[in-house]
Design a protein around this ligand. Structure first.
Ligand code: HEC
Ligand code: HEC
Length: 503
């Protein structure tokens, strides 16, 4: 499956994240909502609790509407976007899992029909039939999670599939069960938080306190299921993937840490306003709870999407849609001939396929600031050494002349003034900026590849020699191609470095 490249002036990561986050929130709500409704309906009918039944009826209207309209729209939106942005990866998912997708869609249709009937049936169905429909609603929704969970987890841990290519190896992969149980916990938690939001608006009184307390348990139980399985999930990811993320990817790790905070706040608020003082729960607090719950789940999803870099399907396909198996061929023969839709501007086409899926020149993960004021050979060297930079990027898979063509294309969008004029800096401050641009992408201070120790305590002459021999210091390290002003400023900066890191 090949399309002309979809060149939007927007960060693709942001676009996908915007639609997908909304979709996963809604779909998990819907699943947990189904369970919440039937279990509570059964309890309410047993005890003849009329208040609770009215409350449930109100909830089911929102659940049904939210699921139907927003869930379906965002679901289709995701397909449009990923199909255009990552046609190669979507093709792998469709070819391998075509019957799984068909099964998932079938469950989704059943879920939607059952949700409509359930809502309609409050007044028009015998209680026993109504509850049967409710169970169908829940199980169909959960089974669609079961199926899609296999496909999503496959992208992070395809494991044995990489060798056998067998559907079941890819589907029941190492993160399948931890992810399924964790997501089930999230469904229960989100349903509880959503129901609390509705319950917070009830008239104060004894029945409100009772409903809030019963509902808060859903939130707490959901968390109690989700948190341990998140840990299990982390452990099920191959150590090499998590180690690479800890070393080179601040984003997913920060997201994971953030998620603990959100979870802690949710738990504290649930105990306080759900169990200890349920009568005091007001809408603003319920809104905060909901925001924190979504924050928790959202940061997990962010982590999951980010941790598999540089791959889109770990070990099989890079984030820019290039298959690992083709790497050597493209390095030798070039990538250009593999691009089906050519615009006539080879540099631009290569840039789109090699870099554009993750970077824009300005805005999202902008490349302009990384290259403003530098020379073309340096840009080409960075392209060829992309895998050495922080951020766990895919290696550049093309020939040296293709890297030059990309560099020439990038150059057209840059500020061509001298680097000292662009930043209005001189001396040590200029030197530090030059270090960040020309060295720090591969040797961030205090990060992986830190070179402070090697760069400390030399004479100006030694530093100058070092820069003369830069290209020989390591495979992939660029020659120093800055002018005399840049060189002097960089050396000024080196002179200020102290052993043990930083200045
Ligand atoms: C699969 C996604 C992906 C692809 C493809 C990709 N990059 Fe990156 N790149 C990243 C990530 C993630 C970072 C880290 C960003 C951060 O630290 O905020 C990064 C960082 C960078 C940086 C350092 C930016 C900075 O400000 O520190 C440069 C320069 C860069 N990339 C250039 C390129 C070039 C040139 C290409 C194409 C040959 C490319 N990248 C392809 C994901 C990608
Ligand atoms: C594209 C990535 C890249 C860039 C940019 C880069 N280097 Fe390197 N550098 C490497 C690699 C790879 C090695 C060899 C492996 C290692 O030692 O980490 C290396 C090695 C070195 C070494 C010798 C190894 C040691 O531990 O003493 C020094 C010193 C060094 N770099 C300094 C610099 C300076 C100064 C700059 C900026 C002018 C720079 N590097 C820019 C990739 C890079």
């Amino acid at each position: 499956m090949e399309y002309p490249f979809w060149d939007l002036q927007i960060g693709y990561g942001i676009l996908i994240a915007g639609i997908a986050v909304l979709h996963v929130f809604i779909s998990h709500f819907a699943i947990g909502g189904g369970l919440f409704l039937v279990i509570n309906e059964r309890a309410a009918r047993k005890t003849g609790d009329a208040h609770r039944l009215v409350f449930l009826q109100r909830l089911s209207k929102l659940f049904a509407l939210v699921t139907l309209v927003t869930g379906a729209l965002t679901g289709v939106g995701i397909w449009f976007c990923i199909g255009l942005l990552s046609p190669a990866a979507v093709a792998v998912l469709i070819h391998n899992f075509v019957w799984m997708w068909a099964t998932e869609w079938t469950f989704f249709v059943v879920e939607i029909m059952a949700a409509i009937l359930y809502f309609y049936g409050w007044k028009h169905m015998a209680p026993a039939d109504h509850m049967k429909i409710g169970w169908i609603y829940f199980w169909a929704a959960w089974l669609s999670l079961f199926v899609i969970n296999g496909i999503i987890t496959f992208m992070l841990t395809p494991a044995a599939w990489l060798v056998t290519g067998r559907l079941w190896n890819g589907f029941f992969n190492p993160t399948f069960w931890p992810s399924l149980i964790m997501r089930t916990g999230v469904c229960v938690m989100l349903a509880g938080l959503y129901a609390l939001l509705v319950a917070a608006g009830l008239k104060p009184g004894e029945s409100k306190a009772r409903i809030v307390r019963q509902t808060a348990w859903w939130g707490l139980c959901g968390l109690a299921i989700a948190l341990p399985s998140l840990y299990w999930y982390w452990k099920a990811i191959p150590a090499a993937v998590t180690a690479a993320a800890i070393q080179g990817l601040p984003t997913p790790i920060a997201a994971l840490h953030l998620s603990y905070w959100f979870a802690g706040i949710v738990a504290a608020l649930l105990v306080l306003f759900g169990l200890i003082a349920p009568g005091k729960l007001r809408v603003p607090v319920a809104l905060v709870l909901m925001a924190m719950g979504l924050g928790w789940f959202g940061s997990f999803e962010w982590f999951r999407e980010a941790v598999r870099k540089p791959y889109i399907i770990v070990g099989y396909m890079y984030g820019n849609g290039i298959e690992v198996a083709d790497a050597d061929r493209y390095r030798k023969e070039g990538y250009l001939s593999a691009i089906s839709y050519r615009s006539g501007d080879d540099g631009a086409d290569l840039f789109r396929h090699a870099c554009r899926s993750c970077h824009a020149m300005t805005g999202y993960k902008a490349l302009k600031p990384a290259f403003d004021g530098v020379d073309r050979p340096f840009i080409a060297a960075i392209i060829k050494g992309a895998h050495l930079l922080k951020g766990n990027m895919p290696p550049f898979l093309g020939t040296a002349s293709e890297a030059d063509a990309i560099a020439a294309h990038i150059e057209t969008g840059l500020d061509r003034r001298h680097i000292s004029a662009i930043y209005g800096l001189q001396g040590v401050a200029l030197g530090q900026t030059i270090f960040e641009i020309r060295c720090g992408r591969c040797h961030p201070m205090g990060g992986r590849g830190d070179k402070t120790t090697s760069l400390t305590g030399l004479t100006r002459e030694d530093y100058s020699n070092l820069l003369d021999n830069a290209a020989d210091m390591g495979v992939g390290m660029p020659a120093f191609t800055g002018d005399k002003i840049e060189r002097e400023a960089l050396i000024d900066y080196f002179m200020t470095l102290k052993a043990g890191g930083g200045k």
